[in-house]
Design a protein around this ligand. Structure first.
Ligand SMILES: CC(C)(COP(=O)(O)OP(=O)(O)OC[C@H]1O[C@@H](n2cnc3c(N)ncnc32)[C@H](O)[C@@H]1OP(=O)(O)O)[C@@H](O)C(=O)NCCC(=O)NCCS
Length: 142
């Protein structure tokens, strides 16, 4: 996004209550520059399901930050009783969709918001598991 509204910024920061909406940030030691962020948003009325999102600054990608953030976020999610993540993928992102499907994620076939499909991934009992790992790798390659 080129710019953020006050409403967007408030949603992504003030709204974080660590139960319904959690966010973990990686910062550069010394400068406090933000390097990456991982979040989950629990679905209203579906306490065991949360949407997940991870992003790492371009010049810090490929150094393990995404994996570390997702691993720690998933530990938090399990402690909050979350059992599955959902991820929204652009319908034209066939590579990501194929990888998710091959790894066993369930897609809704594009019935979500216009131009997107939603995929569901059950959380493993420990770590991030093979499916989330493969999904992160596929996103990183893109
Ligand atoms: C997806 C993303 C968060 C990954 O973060 P990252 O810090 O680069 O990830 P890691 O360094 O932990 O690497 C994760 C895996 O991808 C692989 N990888 C990382 N960068 C890669 C690249 N440029 N080419 C190929 N593989 C790559 C790593 O080897 C690792 O694979 P492994 O598990 O087999 O070792 C980051 O690329 C990003 O912010 N992308 C844009 C936003 C996005 O697509 N988010 C995901 C959807 S919510």
């Amino acid at each position: 996004m080129a710019s953020w509204s006050e409403e967007d910024l408030s949603y992504l920061s003030d709204d974080v209550d660590h139960r319904r909406h959690e966010a973990l940030v990686a910062v550069e030691p010394g400068s406090d520059r933000g390097l990456g962020i991982a979040r989950f948003f629990r679905k209203p009325g579906e306490p065991e399901t949360a949407e997940v999102a991870v992003a790492v600054a371009d010049d810090w990608q490929g150094r393990g930050i995404g994996t570390e953030l997702l691993t720690r976020l998933t530990e938090r999610a399990r402690r909050e009783g979350i059992r599955r993540y959902t991820a929204v993928v652009a319908t034209d992102n066939r590579e990501m969709a194929d990888r998710l499907e091959r790894a066993g994620a369930m897609g809704d076939g594009g019935s979500g918001e216009e131009g997107t499909s939603q995929y569901v991934v059950d959380l493993p009992t420990d770590g991030i598991g093979g499916l989330l790992q493969r999904a992160l790798r596929a996103a990183a390659r893109r």
